[in-house]
Write a protein that binds this ligand. Structure first.
Ligand code: NDP
Ligand code: DGY
Length: 326
């Protein structure tokens, strides 16, 4: 009797090119959640009980309860994302389950979207589009819809990692005279191309004209941007968040916009996701809210999915992962 193939469970239909590759795999049997929306928790529980490898999305909560309920055969969890705040890394380590993620391949797409949000928020793109749609565009007016520009200003980066560096390299040529960054420690090799100065969080808040949040979500960064932080920012400041929603205290953000503690926000992430369309942030004229599309290009999503497949296969076959979470 021939030996059964190991089982790879995939929690979502993948982008087209990667999906075709998945369907053609011969070394593993593939099972997949193809229902509408995210995989229900009972299906996910069943999956970790029978699969040798799990390929998941950031929408799946891979907590200690799920990991401890997994069958002994589960060797690898491969997430199709670079952020892994949805995974209890320690719990997986304790069970000797390998973890894979998708760094680098999504850096350009996410940095592009961050630059788009920064420019759109500074130049009041939402108000401009709405004005044209609502028939409020009259003759050219020297005082209408004046935004701010980056020339001679200070850019503040929270997190100068892969995406943060790519954002700074895109935005600096728009004329910023200075780049500040904050993180857990100075990163001279990353800072060198922009002559970026390491600063305290308070220093970054009070001196920056545009602040881009590009850090991971962890216990130190959760709700880092709250009322106290907004009060320290310039009233003309632009905030951009393409990292994770809970880094910003969302109700405090609405308060800061209403009180004119800051000028405008552009965000690709909210807390929770999706945000209630009736939430005051969504309708706010000085808030641009995107539905978590930082990595959403055909090219990038296929690269991410292929990398997640590579990680899953390596883990199942007992090889080194291409991109392990350390
Ligand atoms: P990196 O690991 O390269 O960068 C993470 C950065 O977070 C590092 O610079 C790190 O700095 C910083 N950081 C960690 N803790 C703190 C802290 N306490 N204070 C300030 N900074 C901190 O990851 P990537 O650049 O590849 O990705 C960053 C994040 O972007 C992901 O974790 C993910 O959540 C998000 N993301 C969102 C996307 C979207 O679709 N909107 C797409 C892709 C990613 P240091 O190590 O010096 O502390
Ligand atoms: C990630 O990879 O962490 C993003 O949020 C989605 O691409």
């Amino acid at each position: 009797m021939s030996k059964l193939k190991p089982l790879l469970y995939v929690t979502r239909t993948l982008p087209q090119v990667a999906q075709k590759r998945l369907e053609a795999l011969t070394e593993v049997e593939v099972k997949q959640w193809t229902g509408s929306g995210t995989i229900p928790s009972d299906e996910l529980n069943k999956a970790v009980n029978s699969a040798d490898g799990l390929l998941c999305m950031l929408t799946e909560k891979i907590d200690s309860a799920l990991i401890s309920s997994a069958g002994k055969q589960l060797k690898v969890i491969s997430t199709m994302s670079v952020g892994y705040d949805h995974i209890d890394v320690q719990a997986a380590k304790d069970r000797q389950i390998a973890l894979g993620y998708t760094p680098d391949v999504l850096t350009d797409a996410t940095a592009d979207l961050t630059a788009l949000l920064a420019l759109s928020a500074a130049r009041r793109a939402k108000e401009a589009i709405d004005a044209v749609r609502d028939g409020k565009w009259q003759k050219w007016d020297p005082t209408w819809l004046l935004g701010s520009q980056f020339t001679g200003k200070t850019l503040g980066m929270v997190g100068l990692g892969r995406i943060g560096s790519a954002v700074a390299s895109r935005l600096k040529p728009f004329g910023f005279s200075r780049v500040l960054y904050h993180g857990s420690q100075p990163r001279p090799e990353r800072a060198e191309p922009f002559n970026a100065q390491f600063t305290s969080f308070d220093g970054l808040l009070s001196e920056s004209d545009v602040i881009c949040i590009c850090c991971s979500l962890n216990e130190k960064t959760r709700h880092m941007f709250n009322k106290e932080a907004f009060k320290k920012m310039k009233s003309t400041a632009i905030l951009v968040n393409t990292a994770r929603g809970p880094i910003v205290q969302q109700d405090d953000l609405v308060w800061a916009l209403n009180e004119r503690e800051i000028a405008a926000v552009g965000t690709d992430v909210t807390d929770p996701e999706p945000i209630d369309p009736k939430h005051p942030l969504v309708g706010h004229s000085r808030a641009i809210v995107f539905p978590h599309i930082g990595s959403a290009t055909e090219e990038t999503r296929n690269l991410m999915a292929n990398m997640a497949i590579d990680n899953a296969l390596a883990g199942i076959l007992g090889k080194d992962l291409k991109a392990p979470i350390k």
